[in-house]
Design a protein around this ligand. Structure first.
Ligand SMILES: C[S@@+](CC[C@H](N)C(=O)[O-])C[C@H]1O[C@@H](n2cnc3c(N)ncnc32)[C@H](O)[C@@H]1O
Ligand code: SF4
Length: 400
């Protein structure tokens, strides 16, 4: 199998939050009573980074994403230490981008300027809603006033390249309410909007005691109306939940190193013709207690040919622009003929449309019934639920 290594990114997971939100199934945990173990975790991350880099040191790196949990609980100095080490181990690309996720309830005055001074170039802010009643129902630690103040701080720090996370189909939300949220978000001048439908995830407090949510038809109406409004505001949908102003699309789908508790990584080894996935120990306490870097690795596995093809489709079927046959062969090292029949079948069911000579993209129907479309490419159809996360992404991070 001949593979070419795609661009490399680094994902850093910071797993603590002020408090756990009742809808959230990320690997996030309330800060322990003894306080945030910032120094110990920073030391573990630096060690983990050195270890992860052994297989790819010196490679060009296009981006770093600090995700969580709530990375904005960590001081700029800690974030800067990780970036410094990453710059030392890899070659930053000319348009190297560093994103940090922030919760509006954790960013006191001056904090964004500090992050920028250590190299953060983009912020992803968890706004969720601008209706204080909705925010309370979601168990958020901040009000809409704090979100606006955080955005003012972003502009003051010169961090105009920011994303706002919004959720819709919230408890007792109306169509008008969802659109009002979007209007307020657009008024703050984001470069990118991640617009997620609230889902009831297994193991969350909301799953155990579901709040009154809008029905599927109402949720779909919110999605459609929001899509029109975002498009009218000049945003382009490039992924199921991601909208960006021109040239602000967040880059992914390449190789990534994942460090920190529960982080996933994927690395192409062109010479060996292999793609290897790694998962770090999920529990932050166990991650911290690991006596050696190897002990922080929960799982390492070589991705088989069937899985490579499926993962390719899991990712590209979320993209509005779809995929090409040449891209499939380049990324998976497999012949197009191995999947041409499945592509034709999805096309005949109206889930994909051809864009000759060699591109295909999901139709609106395919986007709406994404799970059905993805299932067409599944080696074992019963495995879909196990392989997809909220958005069906085989990626370590949200797209914000
Ligand atoms: C790691 S959080 C962002 C940063 C920070 N922790 C915060 O919440 O402000 C990632 C995003 O995923 C989205 N999210 C989390 N759980 C969700 C769910 N059950 N349904 C839909 N979106 C969800 C939220 O929009 C959230 O902002
Ligand atoms: S949504 Fe964000 S703040 Fe809330 S628990 Fe999840 S990661 Fe933490």
């Amino acid at each position: 199998m001949t593979l070419r290594a795609p661009p490399l990114a680094l994902y850093v997971h910071l797993p603590w939050c002020v408090r756990k939100c009742p809808y959230c199934d990320f690997n996030s945990h309330a800060v322990p009573a003894a306080g945030l173990p910032e120094r110990a975790y920073l030391a573990a991350l630096l060690d983990d980074l050195e270890f992860a880099a052994r297989d790819c040191a010196g490679r060009e790196i296009v981006s770093v994403f600090f995700g969580g949990g709530t990375p904005s609980l960590f001081a700029a100095e800690s974030i800067g230490r990780i970036l410094e080490r990453a710059r030392h181990l890899f070659r930053p690309a000319s348009d190297f981008e560093v994103t940090l996720e922030a919760n509006p309830g954790t960013v006191e005055r001056g904090r964004f300027a500090d992050y920028r001074s250590v190299g953060v170039s983009r912020i992803s802010l968890g706004a969720q809603s601008f209706d204080d009643e909705r925010l309370a129902a979601l168990g958020r630690i901040h009000s809409s006033r704090e979100t606006r103040a955080a955005v003012e701080e972003l502009h003051a720090a010169g961090l105009d390249n920011f994303n706002l996370d919004l959720m819709y189909a919230l408890p007792q939300q109306s169509l008008e309410g969802a659109l009002a949220d979007l209007e307020q978000a657009l008024g703050l001048g984001p470069a990118h909007v991640s617009h997620y439908q609230l889902t009831l995830e297994p193991g969350t407090a909301f799953e155990r005691r579901p709040p009154p949510l809008p029905d599927d038809e109402s949720a779909f109406a919110m999605q459609e109306a929001s899509a029109s409004r975002l498009a009218a505001a000049g945003f382009r949908q490039y992924e199921v939940s991601a909208w960006s102003a021109p040239v602000r699309e967040c880059r992914h789908f390449g190789d990534y190193l994942g460090i920190g508790a529960g982080a996933h990584g994927k690395l192409t080894h062109p010479l060996a013709g292999a793609v290897v996935r790694t998962v770090r120990v999920r529990n932050p306490g166990r991650y911290l207690a690991a006596p050696a870097p190897e002990a922080r690795v929960e799982d390492t596995r070589r991705v088989g040919a069937d899985d490579l093809a499926f993962e390719f489709f899991l990712n590209v079927l979320r993209l509005v622009d779809g995929f090409s046959a040449a891209g499939f062969e380049l990324r998976t090292g497999l012949p197009w003929s191995s999947v041409a029949g499945s592509v034709a079948s999805a096309e005949s069911r109206g889930l994909l449309r051809a864009d000759p000579p060699d591109r295909w993209a999901p139709t609106p129907l395919g986007r709406r019934f994404l799970n059905d479309l993805q299932a067409v490419f599944l080696p074992d159809p019963t495995a879909l639920a196990a392989n997809t996360d909220r958005g069906g992404l085989a990626l370590p991070t949200r797209i914000g």
